[in-house]
Design a protein around this ligand. Sequence first.
Ligand code: GAL
Length: 410
Amino acid sequence: MTVLPIILVAASLVLAQAPTDPPSNQTGRLPALGWNTWNAYGCNINESKVLAAANQFVSLGLKNAGYEYINIDDCWSVISGRDSSGRIVPDPTKFPNGISGVASQVHALGLKIGIYSDAGTNTCAGFPGSLGHEVTDATTFASWGIDYLKYDNCNVPNNWTDSSSPPGGDWYNSNSAIRYRQMAAALAHISHPIQLDICIWGLADVWTWGARVGHSWRMLGDASPTWSYIMNIIKVNVAHLDAVDFFGHNDMDMMEIGNGDLSIQEERTHFAAWAFFKSPILLGTDLSQLTSEEIGIITNKELLAFSQDTIIGTPAMPFIAFPGAPTTSPPEYYAGASSKGIHVFIINTSSSTASKNFALSNVPGLGTSGNFKIHDMWSSSDLSGIFSANSSFTVDVQAHDTVAYLITRA
Ligand code: GAL
């Protein structure tokens, strides 16, 4: 036998052994709604900050609006290593009652709790990672009552990376995907369903295999509270909207509403886009600092209902607003169906107020005859008038703002 066949046989043995367990169908059917420590606090986390967010979910009406997950990100464990049984140890200073102590208090509020680990030797901040410890860690997380795992992609040993496209472009069988498949298999063998977010920053063509391994997958590197991030992630995401349906969601990263100096219009676009693309919506700020206008945005019932529709799992998609309309990057006009009707979302990507218009007959799914009424999802009110299928609709949209409509037959 020459060297090449030996390598091929060895490679196929690894593939044959790589687990193929699908993600749980007991969780993750709809995009997650919740909160995560990272954008708000980075590594500076502790039990009281996590419990404060959980209590604010109740007091600010977020729980009533459907927000459910309280997720602990990086830096929650003892950095020096595992205990004598090989388990990751919660930092006793930050979490004096352990993660299980936080979990039981979060559960007592009727909420769910998430944790963070990494498909490498260490997390991005250098804490113990789960590669090679998947069964131990999944079992530990389950014993603490964890409901959601964000699984990151730092500190990957060389033999577990992918320097080029795998044979046949089959990224499901890449080293990257197999690292995540190992954790998916470990989660599949515990009785408690744990939602899995694949935090792989849009690498390894994750949208082609994410739904076979987890419930959501990051499409890009880390968010920032900037308009340029919002534009950039929308551009990336629109190329892969076919991947999104029940149980599988492109993750546009955690929310920045309340952070930096996003304008209220930019915050509306941020929220609307995450909702109409059916990304997880994980708030990422100190909730006590939100203004009532910001709370109004993140609890908007109609946008949340589009995100959480139980009948239609697909996101809104770009459409051509009228015959011959110019194309822009990212697109400005989106349409999608919900169980209530057809929706149109228009983002004004320019930095001044602009007049936007679309022909009703160009809206996919609306039909080309009859009359319609148009309902503003932000203000929850019908626009005056009846709009015929062969009419055009025009609206002035403020700089960087997004309008959101439900269109139904009159
Ligand atoms: C990054 C990840 C962030 C955050 C951070 C923690 O890789 O994309 O969302 O989890 O690690 O160190």
